[in-house]
Design a protein around this ligand. Structure first.
Ligand SMILES: *Cc1c(COP(=O)(O)O)cnc(C)c1O
Length: 393
């Protein structure tokens, strides 16, 4: 993260004509926009109503402000479209670039609902998906065929945290005329600059770090130059619109994202280092650890870590993993992440793979490290190990 990013998250998207002198861009709720005359109503129509009041589904300054802020945070980007969830953002981006008969190359470590979309709706539309090894790098060239239209990347990988060589993959893709889409939710543009690394569409589940408070569903796709019109048109046809209230909460969360991410990252590293000293722990799956596949790429391309990682309970069984997680007091048990509070869940990546099968020393636990004091989180994990031992493991 650079100081300029900390400044940008404070100022981005706060155009005077949208804020009207108020610090936070207010909530502009609308369906109907009233015109002065039939001539004005006709003049407002057209496919490109970007930053122009037309009809509520095309947004108001509340959504435009957040979308603009996300574009400003992604150097080299053209524009951003918002969605009511991260999955909606992934679906809209894929439907923008894929047509029946096309093939998608999807990283094998992708977020599970992304796999479901590829195997479900996309398959039904006659779009084939081939999954590929997250560590494939420039070797992706061998998989690109006549029908390959798009490559979906996610780095680090969901659940297992392998880091992809994104510049190598985007270089091959652009030379072959294949579009690249990256799920950049873990890093956000503050820790990984997608467009600068050659990505065509950078996708965020804003539900996580942008919102930051576990109370809103929101997604975004930020397009590289020349890529926005197609995204906008497909998203309009799909009827996609994020609510102004949710966009407002997203903007509110964004203002503190730089300081939150820095703290999440530092605390998670401290907890991960402590875990790596414990006899109960096998692998620690954290991109900042040299043992993590792709660590050298992480060190080269990322500006730092965020707060989500996993570890293996050495030799543990299903019951001992559940006993360990159940014994945690500060960590909540629940899906999602990126909020201010810590979370722990059991994860089983083997269920969501088709071409790679990483093997670990025991069952995995995924931790989202929140903004509590890391010493308190470590004490909580320590007592949970003791409680799990007392349960007979
Ligand atoms: C949570 C998540 C999503 C989906 O976001 P939602 O807002 O929950 O739909 C997409 N990608 C990753 C990596 C996620 O963790």
């Amino acid at each position: 993260m650079s100081d300029r990013d900390a400044t940008k998250v404070v100022s981005a998207g706060r155009r005077a004509e949208w804020t009207q002198g108020i610090v936070n861009p207010p909530v502009w709720r609308a369906s109907t926009i009233l015109y002065d005359s039939v001539a004005d109503l006709r003049a407002a129509a057209g496919p490109d109503t970007h930053h122009r009041l037309f009809y509520g589904r095309r947004g108001t300054p509340t959504q435009w402000s957040l979308a603009d802020a996300l574009t400003e945070l992604e150097p080299g980007a053209e524009a951003t479209f918002l969605y009511p969830s991260g999955v909606a953002a992934i679906a809209a981006a894929l439907l923008t670039v894929l047509s029946p008969g096309d093939e998608l190359l999807c990283v094998d470590s992708a977020y599970d609902p992304t796999r479901s979309l590829a195997n479900g709706l996309l398959g039904r539309m006659g779009i084939a998906t081939r999954f590929y090894d997250p560590l494939i790098g420039a070797g992706i060239a061998d998989l690109i065929g006549e029908r390959t239209r798009a490559i979906l990347l996610e780095s680090p990988g969901s659940l297992t945290f392998e880091v992809q060589d994104i510049p190598a993959i985007t270089a091959v893709a652009s030379a072959r005329g294949v579009t690249t889409l990256l799920d950049n939710t873990w890093a956000t543009p503050l820790l990984f600059r997608a467009v600068e690394h050659g990505v065509d569409y950078s996708i965020l589940a804003c539900t996580k770090y942008v919102v930051g408070h576990s109370d809103v569903m929101l997604g975004s796709v930020t397009a590289a130059p020349g890529r926005f019109a197609a995204l906008r048109d497909t998203s309009h046809q799909l009827g996609q619109v994020a609510s102004p209230d949710d966009a407002w909460l997203g903007s509110r969360g964004l203002r503190t994202m730089a300081v939150r991410l820095a703290q999440h990252g530092a605390s998670a590293l401290q907890v991960a280092r402590w875990l790596s000293t414990r006899a109960e722990v096998g692998e620690v799956l954290h991109p900042a650890f040299s043992s993590c596949p792709g660590h050298e790429i992480f060190a080269r391309d990322f500006r730092g870590p965020s707060g989500l990682f996993a570890f293996a309970l050495r030799g543990g069984r299903e019951a001992s993993r559940a006993a360990f997680i159940d014994a945690l007091r500060l960590f909540g048990i629940g899906y999602s992440w990126g909020g201010y509070e810590s979370l722990a869940i059991p994860v089983d990546p083997a269920r969501h793979r088709s071409v790679t099968r990483p093997v670990f020393a025991g069952p995995l636990v995924r931790l989202q490290i929140g903004l509590e004091h890391p010493d308190d989180l470590i004490a909580d994990l320590d007592q949970a190990f003791a409680a799990a031992h007392a349960c007979g493991d």
